[in-house]
Design a protein around this ligand. Structure first.
Ligand code: ATP
Length: 365
């Protein structure tokens, strides 16, 4: 901070760091708004800090990473929302515009890092609402402009153990009622859900999503989330929703595995022979198998067996079928999996035996 106190940059400490410091909470994230050239300010600051500097030219922002601390430096800017839920048009402004564009009063306080004296700016009564432990939007259109603030409001409420200020709660309910979240991209909603699931108080917030009718899902099934490892909680939650989200193939598989958890469990439970055990789990993500192992103690032996079976290499491959002059097609898969199953169950032990069986099958058909 000394750097800004001695420099000519018009810089302000803003957002979470002010809120958290006033609440006596630790934070490793520092947000600084600079009226003017933020990238230049970041570059000069980093000459002293000697951290890792990342410049985002398109956004006119920069980040300095040093140990566990992250400093985000941006130009003071204001925003206009051309239509509800759309991304805002951003333009340069002074600190007042910069604070006005923010989500909640408690996030809209600033400390001017001025050469002459430190000045505390609190145009939206952040201190008052901090003392009253209330989440309050800055203006009535806030949730309509940016509906992701609905998630943010509930996340902060539970993290800080605050309440929604009564008018803010009404505005939130109204926004949900108006289905504003339909106007937001699924990617942005997914980002918010991931942030919620990273919080210690994630469960309260997920319950709030149900309470405020933001998402419909089975509350009984939600309770199982307590037993799901932290890095998978969000995928478990997504598996309770009907909405589709833009997920990677791996994420999609985990969500689908969670959706079928009961079915997978039952199939495995009733599996009697090796091939049934193998095929009950062969499409299940490794991490979900670990969850099954933790949740259902009775499945342990079968899961251990699956790990052993998985190491067995198929005795017959596609090349072998080509060598037998079999034309590639759906029959390939049938033969390969048929032989593989027999191999797992110990019914075929050598390539020679397998080839004889295949020949017999083909003559019959
Ligand atoms: P934390 O990182 O601990 O969750 P934070 O307050 O630092 O809290 P960020 O998401 O890093 O949260 O955002 C930094 C600041 O930017 C916020 O304090 C808030 O003032 C502002 N902000 C972030 N997202 C929005 C939004 N959707 N609408 C308005 N202001 C926002």
């Amino acid at each position: 901070m000394d750097f800004f106190l001695k420099s000519d940059f018009e810089a302000y400490l803003v957002g979470g760091i002010i809120r958290d410091t006033l609440l006596g909470r630790k934070t490793h994230d520092i947000d600084i708004s600079v009226h003017g050239d933020a990238i230049k300010a970041a570059t000069e600051l980093n000459k002293i800090i000697r951290g890792k500097l990342e410049i985002h030219k398109d956004f006119g922002t920069a980040t300095i990473l040093k140990n566990r601390t992250r400093i985000d430096i941006a130009m003071t800017r204001d925003e206009i929302y051309p239509k509800p839920g759309a991304l805002p048009q951003v333009f340069e402004s002074d600190i007042h515009g910069d604070l006005r564009r923010r989500d909640f009063s408690i996030n809209a306080m600033a400390l001017a890092l001025n050469r002459k004296k430190l000045r505390f700016l609190d145009p939206f009564f952040g201190m008052k609402y901090l003392n009253e432990r209330l989440i309050r939007v800055i203006h009535p259109k806030s949730f309509l402009d940016d509906p992701t603030r609905i998630f943010r409001a509930l996340r902060y409420k539970n993290r800080l153990n605050f309440k929604l200020e009564s008018k803010t709660e009404k505005l939130l309910i109204e926004a949900v009622w108006l289905r504003v979240l339909k106007k937001v991209s699924k990617q942005r909603i997914l980002n918010e859900l991931k942030l919620i699931c990273k919080e210690k108080t994630y469960l309260k917030t997920l319950k709030d999503l149900h309470h405020y009718e933001i998402f419909e899902f089975n509350m009984k099934k939600l309770n199982l989330i307590k037993k799901i490892p932290d890095d998978l909680k969000c995928y478990y939650f997504l598996s309770l929703l009907e909405d589709k989200f833009p997920l990677s193939n791996e994420e999609e598989r985990i969500v689908s595995n969670f959706r079928n958890l009961e079915r997978i469990r039952n199939t495995l439970k009733s599996a009697k022979i090796n091939s049934d055990i193998y095929y009950a789990l062969h499409n299940v993500d490794e991490r979900v198998i670990k969850v099954l192992n933790r949740l259902y103690k009775g499945l342990r032996q079968k899961i251990r067996k699956f790990y052993r079976l998985r190491r067995i290499k198929p005795i017959i491959r596609g090349d072998d079928l080509l060598a037998l002059s079999i034309k590639p097609g759906p029959i390939f898969r049938e033969i390969l999996s048929g032989i593989h199953k027999m191999q797992l169950d110990g019914l075929v032990k050598s390539k020679h035996d397998a080839t004889q069986i295949i020949k017999k099958w083909l003559n019959v058909s």
